[in-house]
Design a protein around this ligand. Structure first.
Ligand SMILES: [Zn+2]
Length: 98
């Protein structure tokens, strides 16, 4: 079974965790955006092949959010870090318009 190392609790089985989505956070469409734009935003992800960054929550443990890089080719999870670093990253991207 895949195991993920929570920054607070240590190594635990993957079913204890919930993936919160990819980073960086995608910009939300404008309120007047078309149904197609909202459908794409709500239901489709980039689903990138290889290593990408996601937010995860230790839902059935400490309930803390954290950041992890996951390789979609082999499900290896690495470079796990607490949410503060990612929050700072998201804020910088929002302010820079990236
Ligand atoms: Zn935990």
């Amino acid at each position: 079974m895949l195991q993920i190392t929570c920054p607070w609790c240590g190594k635990r089985d993957e079913p204890e965790f919930t993936c919160g989505g990819e980073l960086p956070v995608r910009p939300e469409p404008a309120l007047q955006a078309s149904d197609e734009e909202w459908t794409n935003y709500l239901y489709f992800r980039n689903n990138k092949k290889g290593l990408h960054t996601e937010v995860w929550r230790h839902t059935h443990g400490c309930r803390q959010w954290f950041i992890a890089d996951r390789d979609t080719m082999n499900h290896e999870v690495r470079n796990i870090r607490k949410i503060n670093a990612a929050s700072d990253q998201v804020q910088r991207q929002r302010h820079s318009g990236a």
